[in-house]
Design a protein around this ligand. Structure first.
Ligand code: NAD
Length: 366
């Protein structure tokens, strides 16, 4: 089969890690007889430098014409980069928000999986880790506080700022359907996270989730308050399969979940709409502190490409081959700098490799 992939390399380590993911996709194409055609799309700081805008209408059109988009990361050092002297709607991140909205990417999926080889990097005690954990956070991405009305005004000489959290029935229903569909392909359990003891939007959320759950009798579900969920993630992460939640709670909980896996450089993510289209990117940012040094971990981007194979192209066997190759790379004792054991005794048993070598070694294992 032939697929047209939009590629947003972006800024910082973005181009370095995307190059390795493309290398892996090309290996998959060779081995399984597919054709992947790539089209570069400008977004973020590099787009500001080239066009004055973080995302142009032409770039949106390119993304829309693709079967899926593979992305590195965007942005620079927020303290020193001139991009952050610009008004908020002209900064690199504004491009990503605009793209999510334009493509209606309402569902963000972030798997958080603990590799046995990286147990040492997990900040939790062995007794808490138990047999490990393998969960997915499904975060609503185009509603809630991030997109609600906001204002700052002076009332009687005092500045007042207001943000609004709004959700409609259809917005909740469609993300809940995504979560139950994904749970069906996994361990068949959804934990819907809200703050229904305080927020109206959460009470609506709960009601809609129950309606959707009725259509999935094979998937079990529970409701959990967000404060309890934050606690349970570090108390017993193995209890979760699919965590379903709104935009702001999902932003916070997904970072917490990634932290317990030990490294941001290992975590993939997918942002999807209600077609097969998706935007696939690593969970981490552009890591300006290590950009250009050839040491960034490309695994999160490579695993994002695997998600693209599975969810946008229905190439399950190929996706699994990539995931197994990553597993084998770790089993064979290779590590990038961010996942090197902290203890020098353990470090002596593994081999540190750079970005390109990691990509080559993973390709060899497909
Ligand atoms: P970051 O994720 O870029 O970096 C945090 C730390 O993790 C750094 O020490 C970095 O070196 C390390 N790290 C991240 N990815 C790594 C990898 N693949 N391999 C090895 N180490 C890795 O977060 P930050 O420093 O807060 O943000 C930097 C820039 O990235 C900012 O401009 C921010 O807005 C942007 N950002 C972009 C996205 C995105 O493109 N979706 C997401 C988050 C942050």
């Amino acid at each position: 089969m032939s697929y047209h992939i939009g590629v947003i390399s972006g800024d910082g380590i973005g181009p370095e890690v995307v190059a390795e993911a493309k290398k892996v996709l090309n290996k998959v194409a060779d081995k399984y007889g597919h054709e992947f055609e790539y089209e570069d799309i400008l977004m973020g700081g590099c787009s500001i430098d080239a066009t004055g805008e973080p995302l142009t209408d032409a770039a949106i059109a390119q993304a829309m014409a693709s079967d899926a988009v593979l992305m590195g990361s965007i942005g620079g050092n927020t303290q020193t980069s001139p991009w952050y002297q610009l008004p908020a709607d002209k900064r690199p991140e504004a491009g990503l928000l605009k793209l999510r909205k334009a493509l209606n990417l309402f569902a963000n999926m972030r798997p958080a999986f603990l590799y046995n080889e990286l147990r040492e990097a997990c900040p939790l005690r062995d007794s808490v880790i138990g047999d490990g954990f393998d969960m997915v956070i499904m975060r609503e991405l185009t509603g809630g506080l991030y997109f609600g009305e906001r204002s700052t005004e002076e009332v009687d000489g005092v500045l007042m700022a207001t943000d609004t959290l709004t959700y409609s029935e259809p917005e909740i229903r469609r993300i809940a359907i995504k979560a139950f569909e994904i749970a069906r392909k996994r361990c068949k359990k959804v934990t819907s996270v809200d703050k229904a003891n305080v927020l109206d939007s959460s009470r609506l959320w709960r009601g809609m989730v129950e309606e959707v759950a009725a259509d999935y009798p094979d998937v079990s579900y529970e409701h959990m308050l967000v404060d309890n969920c934050a606690m349970q993630l570090v108390r017993n992460p193995g209890q979760f399969d699919v965590i379903l939640t709104e935009n702001m709670f999902g932003d916070i909980l997904s970072d917490e979940a990634s932290m317990v896996t030990g490294s941001l450089g290992m975590l993939a993510s997918a942002s999807m709409n209600d077609t097969k289209f998706g935007l696939y990117e690593p969970s981490g940012g552009s890591a300006p502190d290590i950009a250009g040094k050839g040491i960034a971990n490309p695994i999160a981007t490579i695993l994002s490409a695997a998600l693209m194979l599975r969810f946008s192209f229905d190439l399950d066997e190929e996706a699994l081959a990539v995931e197994k190759a990553v597993q084998k790379f770790l089993e064979d004792g290779y590590r990038t700098i961010d996942i090197m054991p902290r203890d020098s005794k353990d470090a002596a048993n593994v081999k540190q490799v750079g970005t390109k070598e990691a990509g080559d070694l993973i390709c060899e294992r497909i």
